[in-house]
Design a protein around this ligand. Structure first.
Ligand code: 13P
Length: 248
């Protein structure tokens, strides 16, 4: 299980330090074998890695929220995957719906970013999810299946990536998908993945979208749910720790 916190464009340096200290204290005492990952804004990665250094054994990893498809070059404002690796990241998120919507990222672009991340030795968490219109039109499986296949580069090994299913209508809205809907979609994503490569039967498929301490257990208990990608509730130590505890 992976319990991941996407901080998005939030937090200050001081708040980041105290959150990571609380999370690492929890990891040092946690009984289960779930992995905790935090995705801070790029300028806080150094601070977070410094606060978490020496704690790798306790299961706290750090990731970037995005990377460019190129390894370096004239791309003002962008961040290259090797920079994230050098800063101490083990992971990078690609294809978050906010990147797809705000920056016009297609699945083909997401796949290029994922290739760059793999070249840099990072693991990629590839985000997919349908909009409310697509769900209401009965197209959720088709849309998400295509996003998975088109965003996932050919030839990745099962230890190089995870998938995060985040229905766009459940992000930051307090509207969590029902366990039945999550179960159906995660089973569908599993079938799409193993259709590509039989070894993908062990890929973690995370659910994201209004995950909170009070709904985490029901979601994380589903067969094909391999963790949670948490936004708002990952900014509060108590909430995020409670979600991680629900993972066992
Ligand atoms: P919320 O948990 O705030 O709904 O955000 C989910 C998300 O987008 C995580 O990447």
């Amino acid at each position: 299980m992976i319990i991941a916190g996407n901080w998005k464009m939030n937090m200050t340096r001081d708040a980041a330090r105290s959150l990571v200290t609380a999370l690492s204290d929890d990891r040092a005492n946690a009984a289960g074998d779930s992995q905790m990952v935090v995705f801070p804004p790029a300028v806080l990665i150094d601070t977070v890695c410094a606060a978490a250094s020496g704690l790798a054994a306790s299961g706290l990893a750090v990731g970037g929220q995005d990377c460019h498809a190129m390894d370096s070059g004239a791309h003002t404002g962008d961040i290259a995957a090797p920079m994230l690796a050098e800063a101490g990241c083990q992971w990078v998120l690609v294809g978050h719906s906010e990147r797809r919507a705000d920056h016009g990222e297609s699945s083909a672009m997401v796949a290029d970013k994922a290739r760059a991340a793999i070249r840099a030795g990072l693991k990629v968490m590839i985000c997919v999810g349908e909009t409310l219109d697509e769900r209401e039109a009965g197209r959720a499986n088709e849309v998400v299946g295509a996003q998975v296949l088109d965003s996932l580069p050919e030839g990745l090994t099962a230890d190089q990536f995870a998938i995060a299913y985040e229905p766009v209508w459940a992000i930051g809205t307090g509207k969590v998908a029902s366990p039945d809907d999550v179960d159906d979609m995660h089973n569908h994503i599993r079938a799409v993945l193993t259709g590509r490569d039989a070894s993908y039967d062990r890929i973690d498929i995370l659910y994201g979208g209004s995950v909170k301490p009070d709904n985490a257990e029901a979601l994380l208990g589903l067969d094909n749910v391999g963790g949670a990608l948490v936004g708002g509730a990952s900014l509060k130590a108590d909430d995020f720790i409670a979600i991680a505890r629900a993972a066992g």
